[in-house]
Design a protein around this ligand. Structure first.
Ligand code: GUN
Length: 292
């Protein structure tokens, strides 16, 4: 079994980006600038956004973090988005999800200028991705493609079973894995909460991508010998032995599945770090006007 080291791969990608930023700086070009809007104090979201800002600092991007209490009105948030759309200093920005219930997430995502939508969540970017046009790809699926590519994993003609159909991971992942490209050219099955006989599908999969947020859902009995297993889950579970009081658990029962598969991503240190690297990559592409 080979461990797919997301941390190392993410660092390699960030080093490549940092070298490009250094060259941009040396030639007097515009330094990429990412802004992030964070609403509320959800522990996971605060950590993710802080890591995104730290990554910007490490690779030499400018960054701006805009924080609001969770009682911010939808109108105030939409006004800030409009301001960032019009701010020529900002190349790309993200609104960290989830948002509080009183805010219409779809309306917020649609308010972001697609040219600055480095999360790739705007329906125009989603549509362009499906149509195979230049677009910002959502960072987590793009990171998984990078991992498959950099470990030279064969995907052509393979059966890829994606578990979970979220707009952020499962749905775009299923589309990308079916594309006529490498990584891609898979036969894709998209499973979700109403799938009857999940094991019937996963046990036939050459590649399993689990993105549901249910710790330990995928057990060894559900996995074919030699399969490639990508774990996107990062659920916080209580752990009194940790200073934080919790640890991250993936959707895959790592210890049992690792015995059976050919490749597996750990949690943490698998897909998570790649999401950040690909957000940085999208921001660089925005600054270089590579997409639009
Ligand atoms: N929440 C979970 N994943 C993501 C992500 O990739 N981007 C944003 N903005 N919010 C998220």
């Amino acid at each position: 079994m080979t461990l797919l080291d997301g941390k190392k791969t993410s660092e390699a990608i960030q080093d490549e980006i940092a070298a490009e930023v250094a060259a941009i700086k040396a030639s007097g070009g515009k330094v990429p600038h990412l802004a992030a809007i964070l609403v509320g104090n959800d522990g996971g979201s605060v950590t993710y956004v802080n890591n995104k800002v730290l990554a910007c600092e490490r690779i030499g991007f400018d960054s701006t973090l805009i924080r609001y209490e969770d009682d911010i009105t939808e109108e105030e948030l939409l006004n800030k988005i409009q301001e960032l759309n019009e701010d020529a200093r900002v190349d790309g920005f993200i609104v960290q999800l989830p948002l509080p219930k009183h805010i219409d997430t779809e309306k917020v995502l649609e308010a972001v200028d697609p040219k600055k939508d480095v999360d790739g969540f705007h329906p125009i970017n989603v549509g362009r991705m499906v149509a195979g046009l230049p677009a910002y790809l959502p960072a987590t699926p793009a990171g998984i493609l990078q991992l498959l590519e950099r470990y030279e994993i064969d995907t052509k003609g393979k059966h890829c079973v994606v578990v979970g159909r979220s707009n952020i991971v499962g749905s775009p992942m299923s589309i990308l894995m079916a594309k006529n490209a490498y990584p891609g050219n898979c036969t894709v099955t998209l499973c979700h909460r109403y799938t009857e006989d999940l094991t019937g599908y996963t046990s036939q999969a050459d590649i399993i991508i689990a993105a549901v947020g249910q710790p330990g859902l995928i057990t060894a009995e559900m996995v074919k010998e030699g399969a490639v297993v990508i774990d996107v889950g990062t659920t916080r579970v209580p752990d009194a032995s940790r200073k934080s009081g919790f640890r991250l658990r993936g959707d895959v029962d790592f210890d049992s599945v690792a015995e059976k598969c050919s490749y597996i991503t750990p949690v943490p240190g698998g897909v998570g770090p790649l999401t950040i690297a690909m957000l940085m990559k999208n921001t660089l592409r925005a600054a270089k006007k590579e997409v639009y």
